[in-house]
Design a protein around this ligand. Structure first.
Ligand code: COA
Length: 339
C-alpha cells in the first residue's frame, strides 16, 4: 500500500502506574555490599519501586491502562486491540488477555510481546502498522514489568538496577500520521549478554525413551547480565539506530525537541546524547526515581513528560529502546495534542 494512502497513527493519551513500596540505595546498602555513592555515580539511580507480593503485573498494567483511557476520554469497550509488552508475564502463554478481561475491553483482541526493554517500542510500532493499514482504530499499548521478581537480591551487579512499573499509550486512527518512521534491529548472537535462562531438569535414566520423551520440567534462573558488554552495545548501537531513523524521516538531530531513551543508566543517556550532540536539556530522565523498569520505562517517562506539560504541539520526540535479545530500535513522533 502506498504510504501516503495509508491512515495516520496518533498518540491520544498516556498513563502510568508505579507501586508504592520504595527501596532506596541506602536500604540496599544494608542488605548487600554496596553504597549509595557507588550506585548513584555508576547509574544515576537513587531508588526503585517494588510491587508487593499480593499484587500482580495485571494490577499494575490495569492501573496504567485505566489512567490512559481516562485521559483519552475513551471507553475500554471501544478498544480494538491490546498489546501487552512484558517479559515478566504471570502465564507463559501470555497475560494480555487477563488485562483485556480486567479492563472489560470486550471487543478487543489481546496479545503479548516479549522483547524485554525494547518491548514497548516494538509494541508501539506493531500497533501503528494495524492502524496504518486501516485494520484497527483504537489500540492500547502497555509496557509493564516486575523484574524485581526475577533478579537475585544478593547479586549486587544486577539487583541495584531494576524496578517495577507499568506505562500505557492509546494509539488512535487519525488523518495525519504522527509516527513519522521507525528503525528496529536484533542481534541474537549476543542474547547471552542479558538473559533469564531456562534450565531443563536433568534426565537421569539412561534409556532410549529418555532421548525423545519430553523432559520432566525445569526452571527459570535469575536474570544474568554482562554489564560492560550491555553498556558498550547500548552506547554504540542506539546512536546509529537514531541516525538511521532520522534519515528515513528526512530529519536531523537539530530537529529533535525531546529524546526519550529507555531508562537503563544515566551514563548511557549521557553517552548517547553526547555522541549525537544533543544537549542534556532535551533528554528526558527519571531513572533517579525508578531505576530500569524494562518495558515500562519509555511509556512511564513519556507519561511523566506529558503530565509535566513541557512537551508542546509540533515537538519532535525521538524514542529509542534497547535491551535483551539483543533488540533495539527507534521511532519518531510529531506530537499533536487533540484534547
Ligand atoms: N556496589 C558496589 N560495587 C559493585 C556493585 C555494586 N552494586 N556492582 C559491581 N560492583 C563492583 C564489581 O564487583 C567490581 O569490583 P572489582 O573491580 O573489585 O571486581 C567493580 O564494582 C566494577 O564493576 P564493573 O562491573 O566493572 O562496573 P561498571 O563500571 O561496568 O558498572 C554497571 C556496572 C552494571 C553499572 C554498568 O556496566 C552498566 O550500567 N551496564 C549496562 C547495564 C544495563 O543497562 N543493563 C540493562 C540494559 S536494558
Amino acid at each position: 500500500m502506498n504510504s501516503s494512502a495509508m491512515n495516520g497513527a496518533h498518540i491520544l493519551s498516556t498513563g502510568s502506574a508505579v507501586p508504592s513500596i520504595c527501596i532506596s540505595n541506602e536500604y540496599l546498602s544494608n542488605t548487600i555490599s554496596t553504597s549509595d555513592e557507588w550506585i548513584s555515580t555508576r547509574t544515576g539511580i537513587k531508588e526503585r519501586r517494588l510491587l508487593p507480593k499480593d499484587k500482580s503485573i495485571i494490577d499494575l498494567a490495569t492501573e496504567a491502562s485505566l489512567s490512559a483511557l481516562q485521559k483519552g476520554l475513551i471507553k475500554a469497550e471501544n478498544l480494538d486491540l491490546i498489546i501487552l509488552a512484558t517479559s515478566s508475564q504471570n502465564d507463559l502463554f501470555g497475560s494480555a488477555s487477563q488485562l483485556q478481561a480486567s479492563l472489560g475491553a470486550k471487543h478487543a483482541v489481546a496479545f503479548d510481546i516479549t522483547a524485554a526493554c525494547s518491548g514497548f517500542l516494538i509494541g508501539l510500532i506493531t500497533a501503528s502498522q494495524f492502524i496504518r493499514t486501516g485494520a484497527y482504530k483504537n489500540i492500547l499499548v502497555v509496557g509493564a514489568d516486575i523484574l524485581s521478581r526475577w533478579v537475585n537480591w544478593t547479586d549486587r551487579r544486577t539487583c541495584i538496577l531494576f524496578g517495577d512499573a507499568a506505562g500505557a499509550v492509546i494509539l488512535q486512527y487519525n488523518q495525519t500520521n504522527d509516527l513519522l518512521n521507525f528503525q528496529l534491529d536484533s542481534n541474537g548472537n549476543d542474547f547471552h549478554q542479558l538473559s533469564i535462562p531456562y534450565t531443563q531438569t536433568q534426565i537421569h535414566k539412561n534409556t532410549v525413551e529418555s532421548l525423545y520423551t519430553y523432559p520432566q520440567g525445569g526452571k527459570y534462573n535469575y536474570l544474568t547480565m554482562n554489564g560492560k558488554e550491555v553498556y558498550k552495545f547500548a552506547v554504540s548501537q542506539v546512536p546509529i539506530s537514531i541516525e538511521e531513523c532520522l534519515k528515513k524521516a528526512e530529519l536531523s538531530t537539530d530537529d529533535i525537541s525531546w529524546l526519550v531513551l529507555h531508562q537503563a543508566n544515566q551514563r548511557i543517556l549521557e553517552a548517547v546524547a553526547n555522541k549525537l550532540d544533543i544537549p542534556m536539556t532535551k533528554v528526558i530522565s527519571n531513572i533517579k526515581y525508578y531505576g530500569n523498569t524494562s518495558a515500562a520505562s519509555i511509556p512511564l517517562a513519556l507519561d511523566e513528560a506529558f503530565n509535566s506539560g513541557y512537551i508542546c504541539n509540533g515537538d519532535i520526540i525521538v524514542i529509542a529502546g534497547f535491551g535483551a535479545g539483543l533488540t533495539w530500535g527507534t521511532t519518531i513522533i510529531k506530537w499533536h495534542a487533540i484534547h
